[in-house]
Design a protein around this ligand. Structure first.
Ligand code: C5P
Length: 228
């Protein structure tokens, strides 16, 4: 597949979200996370789609399998093309979600270990014996075996995940910054071109586009870079 750009709609209002979509020109994919979804409800997915766009619904489901299956069915009914859940919810949870979205146009992406967790926090707070570098490929493999279509991971993890996941899994990567852009709170970033060369199929970019004087131009520059 051709690499895709996903623009982040981390805003508080329907108007800001739809205005951003309209200003982002040729970008086809937009990410709706818990902030906008909690403000606006599921109707916002349909409103973005009504502008001819695709939605990644990033609600990171993590609950008992029956509950996640019901949520995944509801998520698929919004028409979102991609939907996230936590690999840490386990094999049965991921399998239940996959069964729930079967026959819909929605693909499931598993989040492995949040990059906000340090190895110390994994050990001391969560009681995991593995480091993130050990846990990420294992969780990615388990989630894919259970039916996830792809994995969300940071730029640093793309190579590890690609090696564990094989060539067909979808890899979606935030933490991407065009050369020269402000890092904001992202620590270890890659440029769009680097992320795609490392094996990402889709890259997620927020602030460098949302804060650009001309978001359409920022989108075009990134699209040009990832398709070069
Ligand atoms: O503005 P920025 O490009 O940093 O936005 C990145 C998006 O990806 C945000 O929605 C953020 O929550 C999400 N994300 C991230 N790093 C991760 C996982 C998700 O930045 N490790």
């Amino acid at each position: 597949m051709n690499p895709e750009l996903i623009v982040v709609l981390d805003v508080d209002t329907r108007e800001e979200a739809l205005d951003t979509v309209r200003r982002c020109g040729r970008c086809r994919w937009f990410k709706i996370g818990s902030q906008l979804f909690t403000r606006c409800g599921p109707a916002i997915v349909g409103e973005v789609r009504a502008l001819g766009k695709e939605v990644m619904l990033d609600l990171k489901y993590h609950d008992i399998p029956n509950t996640v299956a019901s949520a995944a069915r509801a998520g698929a009914a919004t028409g979102a093309g991609l939907m996230t859940l936590h690999a840490l919810g386990g094999r049965k949870m991921v399998a239940a979600a996959r069964e729930a979205v079967e026959g819909t146009g929605t693909r499931l992406l598993a989040v492995t270990i949040l990059t906000s967790h340090s190895d110390d926090a994994l050990r001391d707070d969560l009681g995991l014996a593995e480091t993130a570098a050990q846990a990420v490929p294992r969780l990615a493999r388990t989630a894919l075996e259970a039916g996830a279509h792809g994995i969300v991971c940071s730029p640093q993890e793309i190579a590890l995940v690609r090696a564990a996941a094989g060539p067909d899994a979808l890899i979606v990567t935030p933490g991407v910054r065009p050369a020269g852009a402000a890092l904001d709170d992202q620590q270890r970033v890659m440029t769009p071109g680097e992320a795609v060369r490392a094996g990402a199929n889709m890259i997620v970019v927020g602030r460098p586009i949302l804060r650009a004087p001309d978001p359409a131009e920022a989108v075009d520059d990134i699209l040009k870079e990832i398709s070069a």
